[in-house]
Design a protein around this ligand. Structure first.
Ligand code: MSP
Length: 523
């Protein structure tokens, strides 16, 4: 039986084109989706855009267009960016789509019916950029405790969700499912928040006319729209076709892994699960909160004016270089200080030197010493070697690390293969062995080169999720790119030592990663 895997990104606000922080979240999900496809799992990878609410309306006023026109324009920038970076999602949901709106309406009606949502009045301090109400004691000097921007006093008739009723059930669930919220430090913060006591939460707005209508109610004095966060969170279910395709929903939903930034963890780890509990639906399997990419220790963001345009950067350093760097340099659960200098150096040292050079060096030696013809590798690969031991170890570690979102550790483990290749070449000196006419030396030469080749084949396979284009290019040069004959990505089994093609013909290609000229620092 195939395993199923459902991975999601947050849905992005359509206020502006994506920056490197949004790319980071999306690539993480893409890497996980590609890894699971490689294992042969049945994968569903969802991303999309969050198109309702005050933020969008405000931006549309500034740009002098309707909110829908703004959304239609900006959504394209997201889709283009994801395509550019090789993000292979299975579905892209927009919250202005009918298929989404009908599920939100259905959920709201169901919870009004069950009494979990009721009409009352709300007064509080509202942070417009965060779309979030705060109490008097939470705000600092009239500023939002989360983003530090000024809050406004708002009073409105509102629908409330009885979140308080689910506090114990949520604590119990978190306790019984230790991997539900990751990493541990963030989970502790969430637990701290819940233990202060969950209050009922406002789930509608009368002041913001851009959203999904609440169900008609003669008792309501005004027209209500669904609060944008409850609208947005529902995307994870509406995209699976909850009302129309129960089979698809039942198949993927319980396997859901939500990748989110730490700034939006509370919405995902408190509001969303209690909402699902009220709806009597299963909870997602895991919510993983990653850290921020920072610039001088401040979150990189459009509003702070320090956003990095990923497409412009990729034009200079390459798509795969960026994909690699973002997941090798930083620990996913923690913040990471982004600098262009480190990016360039990483690409040169790890990719141009360690990976690219290894591939071209081993291929050149195979052609020079073993001849430019297909080699039968099976009998040679049956022999023991330190390379085989290292590859077998990576085989175990790589998946263990990725299952824990330790992307950098998974990459580090793949690079132990490249280090072992370099060591083996230095120690065995193939150029010396090639000078000898002894049959024993000829055999050693062949063993070393075939084992180096096999090691590169395995390393390249595990690099596919991170750097699909370059890893497949390396496999082509190694004579092992089976994508055209085999089903793409069904490679978990063939990634084992000795389980690749029995006969290989290498072919030298252009360098995988040309060395980058490191730009002079700005004065
Ligand atoms: N629309 C909401 C999410 C709703 S999900 C049901 C939202 N959108 S967002 O566009 O503001 O941000 C989306 C994601 O981008 C968040 O996970 C956020 O953490 C991430 N990032 C934005 N800037 C970032 C960095 N500088 N670094 C890393 N990720 C950051 O929130």
């Amino acid at each position: 039986m195939k395993k199923t895997y459902y991975v999601t990104t947050p849905i992005y606000y359509v206020t502006d084109k994506p920056h490197i922080g949004h790319l980071y979240t999306t690539l993480a999900a893409d890497i996980l989706a590609r890894y699971h496809r490689l294992l042969g799992d049945d994968v569903f990878f969802l991303t999309g855009t969050d198109e309702h609410g005050q933020k969008i309306l405000k931006k549309a006023k500034e740009t002098n267009e309707t909110a829908q026109a703004l959304a239609d324009r900006v959504v394209k920038r997201y889709q283009e960016a994801w395509k550019h970076f090789g993000v292979e999602y299975d579905d892209f949901i927009r919250t202005t789509e009918e298929r989404h709106k009908k599920v939100v309406k259905y959920f709201m009606a169901a919870l009004i019916e069950s009494g979990d949502i009721y009409l009352s009045e709300y007064e509080g301090w509202y942070c417009v950029p965060d779309e979030m109400y705060w109490t008097e004691s939470q705000i600092n000097d009239g500023k939002c405790p989360d983003c530090g921007r000024a809050v406004e006093k708002l009073k409105e008739e509102s629908y409330f969700f009885r979140m308080s009723a689910y506090e114990n059930q949520l604590l119990d669930y978190i306790d019984k499912n230790p991997n539900f919220i990751q990493p541990q430090t963030r989970k502790n913060e969430v637990l701290g928040f819940i233990k202060q006591g969950l209050k009922d939460i406002s789930v509608s707005r009368t002041t913001i006319p851009w959203g999904i209508d609440m169900p008609d109610n003669p008792k309501a004095s005004k027209k209500h729209c669904v609060y944008v966060w409850f609208d947005a969170l529902t995307n994870y279910i509406s995209a699976l076709g909850y009302l129309d395709d129960k089979t698809q929903f039942a198949k993927y939903w319980p396997e859901a892994v939500h990748i989110v930034g730490k700034d939006i963890l509370r919405f995902h780890a408190v509001y969303w699960p209690t909402f699902l509990m009220a709806l009597k639906l299963p909870l997602p399997k895991t919510i993983m909160a990653h850290g921020w990419l920072t610039d001088a220790n401040r979150k990189i963001s459009k509003s702070l004016g320090n956003a990095v345009d990923p497409i412009e950067l990729a034009n200079r350093v390459g798509i795969d270089g960026m994909r690699y760097f973002l997941f090798r340099e930083f620990t996913f659960g923690q913040d990471g200080e982004y600098t262009e200098d480190i990016l360039y150096r990483r690409i040169n040292s790890d990719l141009a030197n360690d990976f690219g050079n290894s591939v071209s060096r081993v291929i050149s030696m195979i052609i020079k010493y073993l001849g430019n013809e297909a080699i039968d590798v099976q009998s040679t690969l049956a022999k023991p070697s330190s390379l085989r031991d290292v590859a077998n170890q990576v085989q175990k570690d790589y998946g263990t690390y990725l299952d824990q979102f330790l992307f950098n550790k998974a990459l580090e483990s793949v690079f132990t293969i490249l280090a072992e290749i370099s060591k083996t070449i230095e120690n065995s000196a193939p150029w010396q062995l090639a000078k000898s006419s002894e049959p024993k030396d000829k055999e050693s030469l062949r063993d070393v080169l075939v084992h180096c080749h096999e090691s590169l084949r395995i390393a390249s396979t595990w690099l596919i999720p991170f750097m699909p284009l370059s890893a497949l290019n390396a496999l082509t040069q190694l004579g092992c790119n089976t994508t055209s004959t085999d089903k793409p990505y069904r490679w978990a089994e063939s990634s084992l030592w000795g389980k690749g093609p029995t006969s290989v013909l290498v072919a030298k290609g252009s360098p995988l990663f040309p060395r980058l000229e490191i730009p002079k620092a700005n004065p």
